[in-house]
Write a protein that binds this ligand. Sequence first.
Ligand SMILES: *C/C=C(C)/C=C/C=C(C)/C=C/C1=C(C)CCCC1(C)C
Length: 253
Amino acid sequence: MENLTFGQYSLVYNAFSFTFATMAAATLFLWLGRSQVGPAYKTALTISGLVTAIAAYHYFRIFQSWEGAYSVEGGIVTASGYAFNDAYRYVDWLLTVPLLLIELILVMRLSQEETVSKSIKLGSAAALMIVLGYPGEIATDIPTRVLWGTLSAIPFVYIMWQLFAGLGASINNQPENVRELVKKARLLTFASWGFYPIVYMIPYTNLSGSDVTVGVQVGYTIADLIAKAGVGVLIYMIAVRKSQAEYGDKAHG
Ligand SMILES: *C/C=C(C)/C=C/C=C(C)/C=C/C1=C(C)CCCC1(C)C
């Protein structure tokens, strides 16, 4: 690892710390929120909270790994000799990315058959996307990064296309009072997921050294906050509204 300025080190340190707290708080919010929705939507909230719980754990480990990778003395930050471990992030994604797609599918309340088939198709494509991205993320040369990044973009494009084309028809079958919210959840997913490959490409620019490290870490962190906690809150809102429409006052319990 290269040396950082104290400001760069602190920026990433604080971003990880803030994200750990946010993911932990979102988990409590989503799990406690289960009592506000009807039975059909409880699983969607359980899974949304599971996503933020898994992320909270990994941000805690990423935070520790960051602390361990540098030593700070008198405001001078030097690499400690222990590598910062990017694998926590990728293991987190491997678990949370398929779950995020499943929570979006669940809140739509499609037929059982469609729910299962869409979850399997999109979940496997998501896992493939992450597995293919990892060798590029840890590569030290740009051509290797480009190669794996490009391969990973194939399942990514498939997922994005499915979100728009495949789920488009289902969205039009949603009750009117949630159609806009479901579209927002999909848009937020689309926008935040689109941010990851852009962050991945930071090393392709003429930025170098510590600027790349900081840009990539802060970039992925912002995307994670939106894609997990932000989308989770929208899923909660959709579930509450649909429960009120479908279950009336019996939504509680
Ligand atoms: C909670 C974490 C989420 C939603 C992570 C999403 C990650 C991606 C959409 C990553 C996509 C990538 C590419 C499309 C190409 C380059 C490699 C990746 C893995 C950064």
